[in-house]
Design a protein around this ligand. Structure first.
Ligand code: NAP
Length: 493
């Protein structure tokens, strides 16, 4: 039985609820609004299970109002000099960093993650705003060699128009800035729909954008029933792009529903990342890679190492050192500075990890650290001797359960790693340049960490292949996703 977790940070929780950044209304056309119906959606603290606030349950007309506000703001925003848009993004970035601690605490309150992880998320999320403040001025066009005398051929880049961002609960701040920053930099306007379990981080970002001077209607934040909002935005002729981060099932539905209006789609979907540790890996580096790749955000990350393949020669040493590190991790209230692993988002998340754990153990795996979770608390756990046909090799575990599978040859490892419809991230640990070159070529994923589990940053293109999605976020590629190319052909020169 797991020890009963007692909240000892009531004052910290109250301070967040009393902060001016704790907004509980939607932002539409520069106005903070409750639902006309008075309906709300409750937001819970995953650690205590108590309701900490409520956001509007908007109706169809109100969501349409946000799309209209974004459309009304588009002309002026898209025609501003890129430098001016960049300056407003820079101001927004300054305000985010000035409020770093409270924004982190909002994440911990609504998502449960440990404060140190929440602070890291603010830094990561804010970096996109800073990066795209500069990138705004680099949406260059091209002059094309003429195909006939007296002609000039050019290609310019234009913002795609009104965009919609739909984001998940696991990184309530950063998943949004990753979309908002390039969109606004490119000259697009946005309607953001955060996850219903964690909308407060998005509303706080909206308030700071307003304070930074980003004009009314450029950024709108709506809350309400996901299926209704999904129907409106996919069928809208005004919305030109939907950028979605979330599960592959909902991503596939959005793609299908957007078909009739031929929208651009950015899809950051599920992953099932393999981590391959070869015999020649540096053991300390491999442990560090596995700790970050598996336990960052309590394993509730799309790039979490779900399957850890370890070659026979290093297997036992790796497992023992990994077990020692995992056993030292602290499970507790996210508001406690000592906590490494906070609660998972809800009890269903713990049920899923338990199911993966139980199934693997029944099939012969050995439990080396941790064990079953209870309520919302899931201890960091390690199992070895996992079979390739285990449930957790096919589905994202999305929790702090590390699963080790032994392999013998290079070919076997690559074959096992690629045996998935997903292709978001992968990780390899080796000190042999030839193995690294071969594995990075052979592995089917949009991203690959080599001797590191920490791969995400604003300057790098984040995204997947196969059923993990379309498009890239971060880097100059992330800006391209919010720009259309317009070809100009002028004669008579
Ligand atoms: P989810 O259920 O797909 O929800 C994601 C977002 O979509 C939420 O805002 C949700 O709203 C909304 N949504 C649900 N149904 C919708 C509909 N019919 N139309 C429009 N929007 C709809 O995913 P999740 O469980 O929150 O997030 C976990 C998943 O996200 C995992 O699979 C993970 O791998 C993936 N993820 C991917 C990345 C990446 O970059 N590739 C990053 C982070 C997470 P409600 O909350 O109101 O239901």
């Amino acid at each position: 039985m797991m020890e009963q977790m007692v909240p000892t940070h009531n004052a910290d929780r109250d301070a967040v609820r009393n902060s001016p950044l704790f907004k509980q209304q939607a932002l539409i056309g520069g106005r903070w609004r409750s639902a006309a119906s008075g309906g709300t959606i409750a937001v819970d603290d995953p650690f205590t299970g108590e309701t900490i606030g409520a956001v509007p349950d908007l109706d169809r007309q109100e969501v349409q109002g946000a799309i209209d506000a974004a459309q009304a703001a588009f002309k002026d925003w898209s025609r501003r000099p890129a430098k001016d848009r960049g300056a407003l993004l820079r101001r927004w970035h300054e305000l985010i960093m000035a409020n770093r601690e409270m924004l982190a605490r909002i994440i911990t309150l609504e998502n449960g993650k440990a404060l140190k992880e929440a602070r890291a998320e603010i830094d990561y999320g804010a970096a996109f705003v800073e990066f795209y403040a500069d990138e705004a001025t680099r949406a260059f066009g091209e002059v094309i060699p003429a195909n006939a005398p007296g002609r000039e051929l050019r290609a310019t880049r234009e913002p795609v128009g009104v965009c919609v961002a739909i984001t998940p609960w696991n990184f309530p701040n950063a998943m949004l800035t990753r979309k908002l920053a390039p969109a606004l930099a490119a000259g697009c306007t946005m309607v953001a729909k955060p996850a219903s379990q964690t909308p407060l981080s998005a509303l706080a970002l909206g308030l700071l954008a307003q304070e930074a001077g980003i004009p009314d209607g450029v950024l709108n934040v709506v809350t309400g029933k996901a299926s209704m909002i999904g129907e409106i935005v996919t069928s809208s002729q005004t919305v030109r792009k939907i950028s979605f981060t979330g599960s592959t099932g909902i991503g596939a539905w959005l793609m299908q529903a957007s078909g009739p209006t031929i929208k651009r789609l950015g899809l950051e979907l599920g992953g099932n990342a393999p981590l391959i540790i070869f015999d020649d890996a540096d053991l300390d580096m491999a442990i560090e890679t596995a700790m970050v790749a598996k336990f960052r955000n309590s394993g509730q990350s799309c790039i979490a190492a779900n399957r850890i393949y370890v070659q026979a020669g290093i297997h036992d040493r790796f497992v023992e050192a990994f077990r020692t590190r995992i056993a030292a991790m602290v499970l507790g209230d996210g508001f406690d500075e000592a906590t490494d692993i906070g609660p998972l988002i809800d009890t269903a998340a713990v049920d899923k990890v338990n199911e993966h754990l139980d199934e693997a153990l029944k099939a012969g795996a050995t439990l080396l650290a941790g064990g079953r979770g209870e309520g919302r608390m899931m201890p960091p756990s390690l199992i070895a001797g996992v079979r390739q046909d285990a449930l957790l090799t096919r589905e994202e575990t999305f929790g702090p359960l590390a699963a080790v599978i032994r392999f013998d040859s290079y070919e076997e490892a690559i074959c096992l790693a690629n045996d998935t419809p997903f292709g978001l991230a992968s990780y390899i640990c080796s000190s042999d340049p030839r193995t690294i070159a071969r594995a990075t070529r052979d592995i089917e994923s949009g991203m690959c960490g080599i001797n590191t589990g920490l791969i995400s940053n604003a300057a790098a293109p984040f995204g997947g292949v196969k059923q993990s999605g379309l498009g890239r976020e971060g880097s100059h590629h992330g800006l391209e996703d919010y720009l259309n190319i317009k070809y100009l052909c002028q004669a008579g020169l």
